[in-house]
Design a protein around this ligand. Structure first.
Ligand code: G1P
Ligand code: ZN
Length: 538
C-alpha cells in the first residue's frame, strides 16, 4: 500500500470551540492545515484503527475536498470501513444516528453550522465519538495539544473516490460504502412519530419547511413530501448549494425574516419550520406566532409521551444554563429530573448515554431527544407536527393553553457581534468583579438571589467545566446572563440572555423591556462596548 509519511509544521490555532474546529475556508485551505487536525484526531482516537468511521458534511464549499483528504488519511490509519454519505452529504443528526447504528468508532462531520459558506465563508470539522456524541472536552484538549507539536501526518496516495455513486468499493483493503444520506434517518423518524396521524393532519393543514439551501433539503423532501404526502411546495430552498445560495442559514427571526413575515399574513400555513446549514437547529412558527426555543422545549416535554417513540414517558430533561426555565416548570409538574448544563450540546451527551434524559434543548434553536447525540432540526419540526396532529388544536391555541397551565417565561437573546477582544474582556471582567456585591440588592422590585460565574460538575463522570457564563438570578422571577460565544471565527461576540417569568401571561413584553434596562445598569454592556444596542435580537 502506498502510505506516505508527510512532513508538516504545527499550527498554533487549532483549538476546537463550542462545536468543533471552526475556521474560515482560507484558514482551513492553508497547506496541511486540515491534514494536521485530522492526524491529531487519529492519534488521539486509536480505536479507529480496524474500526468503522462515518463521514459526511453539510455540502458547503470545501466539503468535497476535505472528504477526499479524510478518506485517504483514514485508510492510512487503518480504518477498516468508511461509511460516507452520497455527494459527501450527511446532516449532523443523521451522522450521529449512523455512528450509533453502525457502531462506528467515530465520525467526522464537516460543517460550520449556520455560518456563511463559500470560498469567503467558513468551514468546520467536528469529530464525534462512538455513540454519536461530540468529542468531550478531555479529547478536544488532547487533540489540540497534539496539533501544537505535530511534525508528520500519514496519508494513503489513492485516486479520488467517486462519491456520487452509491455502493461499496475496496480501496487498499478499506471498505468504502457510499450510502444514501437520508435512508437511515428517515426510517428512524418513521419509528419515533405517528406518520399515519401526521399524514391525515396534512390532508387539511398546510406546512412549510425552509431548508435554506443547506443540508436538510433532501431529508425534508423525502420525509415530508414522499413519505407524508405533503405538496411539493411544502419544502422550500430544498437544493443544498455550496454557498447556501449566498444566505445565512440560521433559522431565527432575523435570518428567516421572510418566513416570519409570511406567518403574519392571513393565509399563513398552520406550521412553518426552518433548519440551519447542517440540519441540527430548528425554528418553529405558527400563524401569527413565533415559538421561542425555550417554549418549544417545554411544550414538547409536556406532550412527548403521547408520541409513539416516547410512550414510556420522560426519564429526564435538560437545558443549557442560558435556556429559559420554561421546561423546568413542566419537569416539576411531571415530577421528572431537570438538568442545567453549560452551553454546547456535548454537555448533554453523558446524561443521555447514562439514560438520564429523554429530551434536551438550548435557547439557540436546538432541540432533540435520546435518538441521537446531536440536536435535530427536522426531528423538532416532525415532533411539532405530530403534537398538533393529535392535539386537535392550532399552534397558537396550544401555546395559550401551555402558558395558562405553566405560566410564561418571556425570553430574548441579544448578541453584540464584532467586538474587539479587549472590549469583550472588559465587559466580562467588569461584570464578574461586580457579581459578589449584587446578591441581596434590589432593582425595581426584583431582588438578586444569586450572582455567579456558572460552573458545572458532570453528574456522570465528575468532570468540571468552569467559566460558563455570568448569571444574575432574581429567584424564580427573572435572570440576566452574559457569556462570550465560543463558535466565532474572528472577533468576539457577547450574548446577553434575558428571562422574565409571568405566572399570569401578560399581553405584551413590557416586563422583558424593563428587565433589559436593569441588565444594562448591571452589566454596563452598551456603556462599556460603546454600542447603542445589540446587532441581533432573537
Ligand atoms: C452557539 C450556541 C450554542 C450552540 C452552539 C453550536 O454557541 O449559543 O447553544 O450549542 O452555537 O450550535 P456559542 O457561539 O454561544 O458558544
Ligand atoms: Zn448547526
Amino acid at each position: 500500500m502506498s502510505i506516505e509519511l508527510c512532513a508538516t509544521q504545527p499550527y498554533s490555532d487549532q483549538k476546537p470551540g463550542t462545536a468543533g474546529l471552526r475556521k474560515t475556508v482560507r484558514t482551513i485551505a492553508q497547506p496541511n492545515y486540515l491534514e494536521n487536525f485530522v492526524e491529531a484526531v487519529f492519534r488521539n482516537v486509536p480505536e479507529l484503527n480496524g474500526a468503522c468511521l462515518v463521514l459526511g458534511g453539510d455540502g458547503r464549499h470545501y466539503n468535497a475536498v476535505a472528504i477526499q483528504t479524510i478518506i485517504a488519511m483514514a485508510i492510512a490509519h487503518g480504518v477498516r470501513h468508511i461509511v460516507v454519505g452520497q455527494h459527501g452529504w450527511l446532516s449532523t443528526p443523521a451522522a450521529s444516528l449512523l455512528i450509533r447504528e453502525r457502531e462506528a468508532a467515530g465520525g467526522f462531520i464537516l460543517t460550520a453550522s449556520h455560518n456563511p459558506a463559500g470560498p469567503e465563508g467558513d468551514f468546520g470539522i467536528k469529530f464525534n465519538v462512538a455513540g454519536g456524541g461530540q468529542a468531550p472536552a478531555a479529547l478536544t484538549d488532547a487533540i489540540h495539544a497534539t496539533t501544537r507539536s505535530l511534525d508528520q501526518y500519514r496519508i494513503a496516495r489513492i485516486p479520488e473516490v467517486a462519491l456520487d455513486i452509491l455502493g461499496e468499493r475496496n480501496v487498499e483493503g478499506t471498505r468504502i460504502e457510499v450510502i444514501d444520506p437520508v435512508d437511515a434517518y428517515a426510517d428512524c423518524m418513521a419509528q419515533l412519530f405517528d406518520f399515519a396521524a401526521i399524514r391525515q393532519w396534512l390532508d387539511t393543514h398546510r406546512v412549510v419547511f425552509d431548508a435554506m439551501h443547506a443540508i436538510t433539503g433532501p431529508y425534508a423532501r423525502r420525509i415530508l413530501i414522499e413519505m407524508l404526502g405533503a405538496p411539493e411546495a411544502s419544502v422550500r430552498n430544498a437544493e443544498p448549494l455550496p454557498d447556501f445560495g449566498g444566505g445565512h442559514p440560521d433559522p431565527n427571526l432575523v435570518y428567516a425574516a421572510e418566513l416570519v413575515q409570511e406567518m403574519h399574513c392571513p393565509a399563513a400555513p398552520d406550521l412553518a419550520a426552518a433548519s440551519d446549514g447542517d440540519g441540527d437547529r430548528n425554528m418553529i412558527l405558527g400563524p401569527g406566532c413565533f415559538v421561542s426555543p425555550g417554549d418549544s422545549l417545554a411544550v414538547l416535554a409536556a406532550h412527548l409521551n403521547r408520541l409513539p417513540g416516547y410512550r414510556e414517558g420522560l426519564r429526564g430533561v435538560a437545558r443549557s444554563m442560558p435556556t429559559s426555565r420554561a421546561v423546568d416548570a413542566v419537569a416539576e409538574a411531571l415530577d421528572v429530573p431537570c438538568f442545567e448544563t453549560p452551553t454546547g450540546w456535548k454537555y448533554f451527551c453523558n446524561l443521555l448515554d447514562d439514560g438520564r434524559l429523554t429530551l434536551c434543548g438550548e435557547e439557540s434553536f436546538g432541540t432533540s431527544s435520546d435518538h441521537v447525540r446531536e440536536k435535530d432540526g427536522l426531528w423538532a419540526a416532525l415532533a411539532w407536527m405530530n403534537v398538533l396532529a393529535i392535539s386537535g388544536q392550532s399552534l397558537p391555541e396550544l401555546m395559550q393553553a401551555h402558558w395558562q397551565r405553566f405560566g410564561r417565561h418571556r425570553y430574548e437573546r441579544h448578541d453584540y457581534e464584532g467586538l474587539p477582544d479587549a472590549v469583550a474582556d472588559a465587559v466580562m471582567d467588569g461584570l464578574k468583579a461586580a457579581l459578589p456585591a449584587l446578591v441581596g440588592k434590589h432593582f425595581d422590585g426584583l431582588e438578586v438571589t444569586q450572582a455567579d460565574d456558572f460552573a458545572y460538575v458532570d453528574p456522570v463522570d465528575g468532570s468540571r467545566a468552569e467559566g460558563q457564563g455570568l448569571r444574575v438570578v432574581f429567584g424564580h422571577q427573572a435572570r440576566i446572563i452574559l457569556r462570550r460565544s465560543g463558535t466565532g471565527t474572528g472577533s468576539a461576540t457577547l450574548r446577553l440572555y434575558l428571562e422574565y417569568f409571568e405566572a399570569e401571561p401578560a399581553a405584551d413584553d413590557a416586563h422583558l423591556r424593563h428587565l433589559a434596562k436593569i441588565a444594562e445598569s448591571i452589566t454596563q454592556l452598551c456603556a462599556r462596548s460603546g454600542r447603542d444596542g445589540p446587532d441581533l435580537r432573537t
